[in-house]
Design a protein around this ligand. Structure first.
Ligand SMILES: [Zn+2]
Length: 67
């Protein structure tokens, strides 16, 4: 990973290279200040997804630090 990608402050989605806006939450704040990395493949079968309120597969940050 050359540069740390942005993560969405609303849903925690880790955005692709060069993207700084969440496609699901366009108005949400994004930041490179996040920790943890989880890949959710089956949200309905995942305890982490349930805890993070994730209902779509993807790469997510466990903790996103925004004010
Ligand atoms: Zn989002």
């Amino acid at each position: 990973m050359a540069k740390k990608p942005f993560a969405c402050g609303e849903c925690g989605l880790i955005l692709q290279d060069g993207v700084d806006q969440c496609p699901r939450n366009p108005s949400a704040q994004t930041t490179t200040d996040w920790q943890g990395y989880v890949i959710i493949i089956h949200p309905s079968r995942s305890e982490i997804a349930e805890r993070l309120n994730i209902d779509q597969p993807g790469h997510y940050a466990l903790k996103v630090n925004i004010r």
